[in-house]
Write a protein that binds this ligand. Structure first.
Ligand code: 5GP
Ligand code: ZN
Length: 113
């Protein structure tokens, strides 16, 4: 749990966020720079650098299920939504603590940029 990791600090409550939901493995909070009407980040409580380093299936499952729960809570389940895990440099990952983006509330285009 690196002292200087932004999302570890958020999980520890050292940096204020708009908390949306949490479970034993994961915490969900609003993205500071939302790209859609609903833009929530779901992160593991434990420091994991990216999907490439992930090894715990129940932890990953808890992240995905929390994203689905938040989508329900936020009223975007019926309209649909997108989940994204930017991974590494080419994936566009800017914070080196695994996170799932939950985006919804507007139609999404494909392919992504
Ligand atoms: P990435 O680019 O790594 O896939 O996503 C990182 C996300 O973290 C970005 O969407 C960015 O807006 C968000 N973010 C960066 N710093 C903060 C912060 O201090 N608080 C919150 N709530 N989100 C942040
Ligand atoms: Zn971390």
């Amino acid at each position: 749990m690196p002292d200087d990791c932004l999302f570890c600090r958020i999980v520890r409550g050292e940096i204020p966020v708009l908390l949306v939901a949490q479970n034993d493995h994961a915490v969900a909070f609003r993205d500071i720079n939302p790209q859609a009407p609903v833009h929530v980040l779901v992160v593991p409580r434990r420091h994991v650098k990216s999907l490439a380093e992930a090894a715990d299936a129940s932890e990953l499952g808890a992240i995905a299920l929390l994203a689905a729960q938040v989508a329900r809570q936020e009223g975007i389940e019926q309209g649909g939504y997108r989940v994204v895990m930017n991974t590494g440099a080419d994936g566009g990952q800017s914070v080196a603590h695994l996170h799932m983006h939950l985006l919804g509330g507007r139609p999404m285009s494909w392919p992504p940029g």
